[in-house]
Write a protein that binds this ligand. Structure first.
Ligand code: SAM
Length: 219
């Protein structure tokens, strides 16, 4: 079995916090929104967790040409090939779709995770609350875990967009949920990577929350 790497492997992430919490809770299924080429999908399936991987970018799923830092032309393997190479295709349901236009009827998962996805400009056409509400609906009622790391504002234009929440700006999306973790980085330098070819400044927030309601309760 070949161990393969995501093109996003080196970007900073709070994922280990999310992973340790869902392992403690015994999660058997996770939905990854904006799954790309599997930076988070592979570590989950390697632990025997079933994954629903939602992604709108066909190159990330099927592979294809990409430009890497330094203008290097390369080829992305893509999630499907990475899963096949490691023998995990049968543990993952891939949903090639924009989460804001999701029509597939999906079984709710024990947890749902996204990493720096909702700030993409394609999502600015709809309120951030719709993205969050769809993610919440993919999380099982009573005990389901919602995890998201997200970009915070570092440029003046970000301050005009709710898709770059400030500190505390996510809490109001979670009435009836328990917030397990809420934390923020200071601004930090991120090394060049796919899609951002030059060194850049990021600030990231994390929210992990648990659904406390029974199946038929309303939010
Ligand atoms: C920061 S990227 C990389 C993914 C992940 N953070 C990683 O490290 O592998 C976020 C991903 O979210 C996806 N994405 C953004 N908005 C989306 C949407 N509305 N529906 C589905 N995927 C989306 C993008 O296509 C991109 O692949």
């Amino acid at each position: 079995m070949a161990i393969t790497r995501s093109l996003w492997q080196e970007t900073r992430t709070f994922f280990p916090l999310f992973l340790s919490l869902i392992k403690e809770r015994g999660a058997k299924s996770v939905c990854v929104v904006g799954a790309s080429d599997g930076k988070f999908v592979l570590p989950l399936v390697r632990r025997g967790i079933r994954v629903v991987a939602i992604e709108r970018n066909t190159t990330a799923l099927n592979g294809g040409p990409v430009v890497l830092p330094g203008g290097v032309e390369s080829t992305m393997s893509g999630l499907r090939k990475r899963l096949a190479e490691e023998g995990f295709s049968n543990l993952v349901e891939i949903v090639e779709a924009d989460i804001l236009d999701l029509t597939a009827e999906l079984e709710p998962s024990d947890a749902v995770w996204t990493s720096c996805s909702w700030h993409y400009s394609i999502n600015h056409r709809r309120p951030l609350g719709e993205f969050v509400a769809t993610m919440k609906s993919l999380c099982r009622p009573h005990g389901g875990v919602f995890g998201a790391e997200y970009m915070m504002p570092v440029e003046p234009r970000h301050l005009t967009l709710e898709h770059y929440p400030e500190e505390g700006g996510m809490r109001h999306h979670f009435p009836g949920w328990t917030i397990d973790w809420e934390t923020y980085t200071p601004p930090f330098l991120e090394a060049p990577h796919v899609e951002q070819l030059h060194q850049h400044v990021h600030r990231m927030g994390l929210i992990i929350a648990t659904h406390q309601q029974e199946e038929n309760d309303e939010d």
